[in-house]
Design a protein around this ligand. Structure first.
Ligand code: HEC
Ligand code: HEC
Ligand code: HEC
Ligand code: HEC
Length: 371
């Protein structure tokens, strides 16, 4: 612990300064010029490409709306998953969030008219939308395809076992081909833990400076992948013979934990790179960086994951973590991304046992998992 404090201790004054100066500065801006924020969702024009590197500007959620089928299309087969989703905050928010006084306050600070469901920026993170009459239209809370990718190109591929028809008789060659085709058409499969994690962070780190500094939106949450995915969000029925919502295995939880911490660090660097002024946004991203570093230091002490350790910025980020340092920050984030992706693809968690002592247990899970 001592070493950790020494290594990132230099950040504390940075955070204090960014926070103190920033709050005043950003309110000043809001009062003077009431700048508008861009309301065209980047996702509408982006083709969802699951593993392409991300640019600095576009690391928010990127569902290709033209390809979204809507949750009902999934529910035809995935009835249990649907039931579980319908008891989650991601579902309930459809009926609650637009009535929140806070939502109106944020919208009015940003001079957004017509409410959260009519604004593309808010819709991008708060709802799943589809293209209707050539315009994006929200159709539900955060649903299946916001997490698994827009499905037009894979919905009829991911469950097609080929000439042999059933899962049991599918040839290994066909299975390999099928999964590859799913990945290539933008499906975010649970097997790709890094893609799953990155997707959660694209919303939950709230990577939008104006939304936070001018709109007064919450500057992200202390998101941790195991505790946030194994409670109310969990819906692991597909491969359980007894139709029970099985918890992720110990081994999988270890991988989720490490990948979550690495992705947290990556998104903090992307977030800092995108900051243009001192303020609540920048200081929250620096705090995110610091918290992720502390979590990773603890991981590195317990298990040997050298490749990941090598990808973490040296000297606790000194010289790197500051405003107007886009290119080195983006490069550092990209190194983290590559290392985490490789780790997630090759590590089954079996050698990460010592982490069990620090991985959050059920009492820390967000919400209650359905049976
Ligand atoms: C016609 C039935 C059907 C429909 C419709 C359907 N699925 Fe599936 N889904 C399946 C089957 C069968 C599997 C198991 C595939 C396997 O054995 O690899 C599956 C597996 C999955 C998996 C796990 C994949 C993996 O690699 O472990 C996810 C995630 C998924 N479906 C999401 C969706 C979403 C999201 C939708 C709606 C856009 C959807 N499915 C629509 C039948 C369906
Ligand atoms: C980059 C993604 C993102 C965008 C864009 C976004 N939100 Fe949010 N918002 C979130 C997340 C994630 C949460 C949940 C935070 C948590 O509790 O973890 C949230 C929470 C909220 C809350 C409840 C928390 C609070 O501050 O009381 C309100 C209200 C809200 N958002 C309004 C809006 C409005 C209005 C817009 C559009 C101007 C918007 N959001 C745009 C991601 C986003
Ligand atoms: C498209 C954006 C988006 C994505 C992707 C997303 N979330 Fe959320 N999530 C939200 C918003 C917005 C809220 C807040 C809704 C509200 O408060 O009404 C939320 C709320 C939650 C909550 C309930 C709030 C709490 O504090 O317990 C959990 C748990 C959660 N998300 C977990 C996850 C996990 C795990 C992932 C990835 C597997 C994920 N989310 C992906 C937008 C998103
Ligand atoms: C908040 C993001 C999120 C939403 C919304 C979501 N999923 Fe998932 N889904 C995940 C994650 C994360 C996993 C892997 C969970 C784990 O490892 O414990 C998963 C796993 C799955 C699986 C494989 C389960 C198994 O038995 O291994 C299927 C099938 C699936 N989801 C279908 C759906 C369908 C259908 C919907 C909509 C009704 C949906 N998902 C909504 C994030 C999400």
């Amino acid at each position: 612990m001592q070493a950790v404090v020494q290594r990132i201790g230099w950040l504390v004054p940075v955070i204090l300064v960014l926070g103190a100066l920033g709050l005043g500065a950003s309110y000043g801006v809001a009062a003077r010029s009431n700048p508008r924020i861009a309301t065209t969702p980047t996702s509408f024009v982006q083709v969802s490409s699951a593993i392409a590197p991300m640019s600095i500007a576009a690391f928010g959620p990127r569902t290709d709306l033209a390809k979204v089928q809507g949750a009902d299309a999934c529910g035809e087969c995935h009835t249990r998953e649907m039931d579980a989703w319908k008891r989650s905050t991601h579902f309930a928010t459809w009926k609650t969030m637009h009535r929140e006084p806070r939502a109106r306050e944020i919208a009015s600070a940003l001079e957004i008219k017509g409410g959260i469901k009519r604004n593309d920026l808010c819709v991008n993170c708060h709802y799943t939308a589809r293209v209707v009459d050539e315009k994006p239209k929200p159709v539900s809370g955060v649903s299946c395809e916001s997490c698994h990718g827009a499905a037009a190109d894979w919905i009829n591929v991911h469950n097609d076992y080929g000439a042999n028809k059933t899962k049991e008789t599918e040839t290994p060659e066909h299975r390999a081909m099928r999964l590859k085709a799913c990945d290539a058409s933008g499906m975010l499969r649970p097997a790709n833990v890094y893609l799953v994690a990155r997707n959660c962070y694209s919303c939950h780190s709230v990577p939008n400076e104006k939304l936070v500094n001018i709109g007064g939106h919450k500057a992200g949450s202390a998101f941790e992948l195991v505790s946030w995915s194994q409670g109310e969000v969990r819906h692991n029925y597909q491969y359980s013979s007894d139709q029970k919502n099985r918890a992720a295995s110990l081994e999988r939880k270890r991988v989720l934990y490490v990948v979550g911490a690495m992705t947290d660090l990556e998104f903090s660097l992307r977030g800092i790179a995108a900051a243009t002024e001192k303020g609540r946004y920048a200081s929250a991203m620096v705090k995110r960086f610091q918290a992720a570093m502390t979590r990773l230091e603890e991981i590195f002490k317990l298990v040997d994951v050298r490749r990941l350790q090598e990808a973490v910025p040296p000297n606790g980020g000194r010289g790197l973590v500051k405003l107007n340092n886009q290119s080195p920050l983006a490069d550092a984030a990209e190194s983290l991304s590559q290392a985490t992706k490789t780790f997630a693809a090759n590590n089954d968690g079996s050698t990460l046992g010592p982490l069990d002592a620090i991985i959050p247990g059920p009492q820390k899970y967000h919400g209650t998992a359905q049976p």
